[in-house]
Design a binder for this molecule. Structure first.
Ligand code: GAP
Length: 441
């Protein structure tokens, strides 16, 4: 990590503005005044988020022989959360300020005696433990027997399906089960845009290993997960792995490290990698009465696998990549905003831009669009000056702009402009797909 990296508080507003102006993220229910701390992903945001999740799935599932996927239900019965410990322990200490009525998480206050909203001292109530799970009812009867919970993490879906996967997939420890999906937490202090929200997406993997191998696999996954962010272009000066101190560890964890990113407000968590021991499988085996262990025929021994869990936030990570990619440079006295996103994460890979909105150019431009759309996510835009359209594509991170001009009609060639260098090449239409494939692979 570079010594010189420091947070850039101004970046925060720039990203929030860009997100709204260009259609990455909108405030949820905005036309009704907005639903606080809840967000909708717009046309560009949904592509970025999908690309982040695809990149994770590719590296965690597709490119591995020892990890399989899962998509478990969001609604789950109380027994799951009783066994996991969430009903008893998944809570934050909540304090109310008797002066201004603001609510805060005690463990997140700089000074536990001073209210950061009104500045008054000694006005907090006694801390109360506030459970973060959302409860609802299954079916028409709102009685206690019908209570169910929205999952606060995707992880438990993997633990309760351990035996199902073991019996059907022919995988043996060491092996993993991966899942991407929505989770819900009734956070006391959501905030920092999409960093902490009540509804968010996680990308989690539970890796089941022989107990003697757990430390080795823990170190392997810490390194592998760091490499994933770096491979996707994250600035090495703004990402680090921080091992938890002993007093931060859950009672069942023998090691946890956070991948932290230098957000505009300082270092904060992107992902946690934990050595969870046999806690989860043992808890579910005890509560369900089912056997959740593994018989190793080669060594003639039965054991409860230990679990290494890399748990990342998809929505949080997408925002971190957006912040990391944002750049401004002065070109001919103008400031150009450019998202230097890795090609794999860029919402659109290519924009097809007919030089003018003339009937003469449209058929050829549409022909180019049609020839590329099968392979890539391609934008098509024919209004405004070409300079403005380039600027627009730079700002949303599109790696290549393909301009169809009047010469195209004669020479069957187009101008391809690269986002970061602004360099342009003239490429014949019959070579265009190969030219782009070479650069976007
Ligand atoms: N199964 C372990 C687990 O859920 P966690 O640290 O509570 O661990 C994992 O969550 C990741 O999920 C976090 O590192 C973060 O990226 C994301 N996450 C957690 N709570 C979030 C929230 N309220 N809003 C957005 N992302 C959140």
């Amino acid at each position: 990590m570079s010594e010189t990296a420091s947070p850039d508080p101004e970046l925060f507003d720039k990203i929030v503005n860009l997100s709204k102006r260009r259609g990455f993220v909108f405030q949820s229910a905005e036309i009704y005044g907005g639903f606080r701390s809840t967000y909708d992903y717009g046309p560009l945001g949904v592509l970025l988020l999908r690309n982040v999740k695809d990149a994770w799935w590719r590296s965690m599932v597709q490119e591995r022989h020892d990890v399989v996927g899962l998509d478990a239900s969001i609604l789950s019965p109380p027994q799951v959360w009783q066994a996991s410990g969430h009903l008893a322990n998944f809570s934050d200490p909540l304090v109310d300020c008797t002066n201004c009525n603001a609510r805060h998480r005690l463990d997140k206050l700089d000074d536990p005696n001073v209210c950061p909203t009104c500045g008054s001292e000694g006005t907090f109530t006694e801390a109360r433990e506030f459970n973060l799970m959302f409860k609802t009812h299954a079916g028409p009867v709102t009685e206690t027997a019908a209570e169910v919970y929205l999952r606060p993490e995707t992880a438990q879906g993997m633990f309760i399906n351990f035996a199902n996967v073991l019996n059907t997939s022919r995988k043996r420890p060491p092996f993993g089960i991966a899942q991407i999906g929505k989770s819900f937490r009734n956070e006391i202090t959501p905030g920092n845009f999409v960093f902490r929200t009540r509804e968010f997406e996680q990308m989690e993997m539970e890796f089941f290993v022989p107990p003697a191998e757990s430390q080795e696999w823990y170190e392997y996954w810490c390194q592998t997960r760091m490499d994933w962010y770096l491979d996707l272009g994250m600035d090495p000066a703004k990402i680090k792995l921080r091992a938890h101190d002993d007093d931060e560890l859950s009672h069942y964890s023998s090691g946890t490290s956070d991948v932290e990113y230098l957000f505009p407000w300082g270092w904060d968590e992107l992902e946690g990698i934990a050595n969870r021991g046999d806690f989860d499988l043992t808890q579910h085996a005890t509560h369900s009465g089912e056997k959740l262990d593994f018989f190793d025929q080669a060594n003639n021994e039965r054991y409860v696998p230990h679990v290494i869990e890399p748990a990342a936030g998809a929505t949080r990570t997408a925002m971190a990549f957006l912040m990391d990619a944002y750049d401004e440079e002065v070109v001919n006295d103008d400031t150009r905003a450019v998202l230097r996103l890795d090609h794999r994460l860029a919402p659109y890979k290519i924009a097809v831009l007919p030089l003018s909105k003339k009937d003469t150019l449209t058929p050829t431009a549409m022909e180019v669009f049609d020839s590329l759309k099968r392979r890539w996510m391609v934008d098509y835009d024919e209004t405004q000056s070409i300079g403005k359209r380039y600027a627009r594509q730079d700002e949303v991170g599109t790696p290549y702009c393909v301009t169809v001009d009047f010469d195209t009609l004669d020479d069957r060639a187009v101008t391809v402009r690269e986002r970061d260098t602004r360099e342009q090449d003239r490429v014949s239409l019959d070579q265009l797909e190969g030219y782009l494939a070479e650069r976007l692979s």
